[in-house]
Design a binder for this molecule. Structure first.
Ligand code: ZN
Ligand code: ZN
Length: 285
């Protein structure tokens, strides 16, 4: 830091004095003799004015000294920023800036948000801080109008993609909650339903278009389901058929031994499979 201070400040002040008293005041503060001869009264008046001006200046200077401010008016400190240019610092302004107490910005009515429901101004609310939704706490309706929806539900109900929900501007805010069904499952992201609906309208333009898309997807799903069902049935039939074939081919064919007439009833005969000992009884007329 260099001090750039010269006599120019004082000269400037003297020039001001000159204007005030109508005569030239030099640095050594002697009055140069006017070229034109002046009357004694004129001289006296000039001298009085000069004294008055000097007194005024003196009192100003001592006042400044009392206040503790620098008296080297016009003498500025120059700061070399090292960036190839110099910053000029006005010492008369700087200390005041430093001593200034930072007061909180005054609350202006214009800073308040206007509730979308009741049109009344409010400063802060749950919906505003959590979802950037401009509705005051009094008007908040968490059961109906301001209910929340999970991301999964939003995707399925409003046919929104991950990008639609998480990347599209303005970015939708959400609240993270532990899954109430199972703590080990991923956290749930809860979105404000009406913001999701708004987003869905941006994507689908009209509720009808969304409905149409939903129907069409439902149809496709149905068709796919049917296809899958048919495919499964075909597979099952094939499996059953082949297993039936296998059953048939694997079935044991009895090889019966000789028919033996019953000792008690001459019409009754029995025969026994020679392989599995299966015995059948039959009548022979
Ligand atoms: Zn309200
Ligand atoms: Zn047998």
């Amino acid at each position: 830091m260099t001090e750039k201070c010269d006599k120019s400040a004082e000269t400037e002040q003297n020039n001001k004095l000159e204007a005030e008293i109508g005569t030239k005041v030099t640095n050594d503060e002697t009055v140069t003799k006017p070229k034109k001869e002046l009357t004694a009264t004129q001289k006296a008046r000039i001298e009085r004015n000069r004294q008055k001006a000097l007194l005024l200046r003196q009192s100003r200077l001592s006042q400044q000294q009392l206040l503790g401010t620098k008296t080297t008016t016009g003498c500025s400190r120059v700061i070399d920023t090292g960036g190839g240019f110099l910053l000029e610092e006005n010492p008369d302004v700087k200390p005041r800036k430093l001593n200034r107490v930072e007061e909180p910005a005054p609350v202006i009515a214009g800073d308040d948000s206007i509730c979308l429901e009741c049109d009344k101004p409010f400063q802060d609310s749950y919906l505003l801080t959590t979802y950037d939704h401009q509705v005051c706490d009094k008007c908040r309706d968490p059961e109906e109008k301001h209910s929340v929806i999970t991301k999964t539900e939003a995707r399925e109900t409003y046919l929104l993609s991950e990008v639609d929900i998480t990347k599209r501007e303005p970015i939708l805010k959400y609240v993270v909650r532990k899954n109430p069904h199972n703590r080990r499952w991923g956290d749930m992201k809860l979105y404000l339903r009406l913001q999701i609906e708004e987003r869905a309208l941006e994507v689908w333009k009209t509720p009808e278009a969304l409905e149409e898309e939903r129907d069409s997807r439902e149809q496709k799903r149905e068709i796919a389901k049917k296809k899958k069902f048919n495919k499964n049935m075909k597979k099952l039939r094939q499996e059953v058929r082949s297993s039936l074939f296998e059953v048939k081919s694997n079935v044991h064919t009895h090889v019966f031994g000789p028919e033996i007439q019953s000792e008690t009833d001459e019409d009754i005969y029995t025969k026994t499979c020679i392989e599995c000992d299966h015995q059948i009884t039959f009548e022979k007329m």
